[in-house]
Write a protein that binds this ligand. Structure first.
Ligand code: SF4
Length: 303
């Protein structure tokens, strides 16, 4: 039997450390990284009302659970869960049902917003009629709805389940695309847009690898419904993901190194834009352009 350092049966091997972990030590390690990220970046303060974006996948389920445990232990902040249902039959309907049960179990109010109600059509309906780059549209719509609804619910922060893998990929994607604005907005608590109409995004899981979150969810026996989106289209992210995974395989610790490097670089490249964010003339939501991206894409679809 392979043993953890504590003598118990090992269930997980952390390659970058060359160490085996038992269930308890692995869970302690995940929780330690979560608290460290929250503490070092001051992600949560007294009086915060936090909306947790939950899809029903492993990341958002573990995020919701850890935030709830933190609230129980320390108190001082409120939690609500928000799900956006794009309307993808056989995929999102199942995962939202699963997360609904978890929210109920832990006593977190759960609000569900559908594309059908917000946009007038589901993603299934849209994809039947139009040949579009699904993720480009879907990502903008989902971010818009999450921010708007979080604000309407009185939340000043929006917690998302981005993990270490997501963050390392985002660093490289924005680097490859040369998208300086988005590159500046990465990190656990970007705070670039100082505007009360935006719920500030926080990423408490951004230093925890996807594999460890998955292992945590399995050990905790969370009922997860995770399928594969039939419209997934983000080729760049898929290619970068494959590349980063290969690097991690050959050089353990690569993902954390990419994120650490970004954190060292961030103070040099980040500056508040100083620009006052305007208002979209169509929907009245905050926008640096005359018409926000959401309205622009919606208009494109209608035309
Ligand atoms: Fe939307 Fe793309 Fe995610 Fe599918 S994979 S839910 S199309 S962003």
């Amino acid at each position: 039997m392979i043993e953890c350092g504590c003598g118990k049966k090992a269930v997980y091997f952390r390659r970058n450390e060359g160490r085996y972990y038992c269930k308890k030590c692995l869970m302690d390690g995940v929780e330690k990284k979560f608290y460290r990220t929250v503490g070092r970046n001051k992600l949560i303060e007294r009086g915060d009302k936090i909306a947790v974006g939950v899809s029903g996948g492993k990341d958002s389920t573990v995020l919701l659970y850890l935030l709830k445990m933190m609230q129980k232990k320390k108190g001082g902040f409120e939690l609500v869960a928000i799900s956006v249902d794009e309307g993808i039959m056989g995929y999102r309907d199942k995962s939202i049902k699963a997360i609904g049960k978890i929210c109920k179990k832990y006593g977190v109010p759960h609000h569900i917003y559908t594309y059908k109600n917000e946009l007038g059509f589901s993603l299934d309906e849209l994809m039947c009629k139009k040949k579009i780059k699904s993720c480009t549209y879907c990502g903008v719509f989902r971010r818009y709805i999450l921010n708007k609804k979080a604000r309407e619910l009185g939340c000043n922060k929006l917690a998302v389940g981005h993990n270490l893998d997501d963050e390392a990929q985002s660093v490289l994607i924005n680097f490859v695309r040369g998208d300086m604005l988005r590159f500046q907005r990465l990190g656990a608590f970007p705070k670039i847009l100082d505007d009360k109409r935006f719920a500030s995004r926080i990423k408490p899981l951004r230093n925890i690898p996807k594999r460890e979150i998955a292992a945590y969810a399995i050990i905790k026996r969370f009922k997860i419904e995770e399928g594969h989106c039939p419209y997934s289209f983000d080729n760049m992210r898929r290619d970068i993901q494959t590349m980063v995974n290969k690097l991690e395989q050959n050089y353990p610790g690569t993902k954390q190194q990419i994120v650490n490097f970004y954190d060292r670089l961030h103070p040099m490249i980040s500056k508040k834009s100083g620009k006052v964010i305007g208002t979209c003339e169509k929907c009245g939501e905050p926008s640096s352009l005359r018409v926000c991206k959401y309205c622009e894409l919606l208009e494109k679809i209608k035309n």
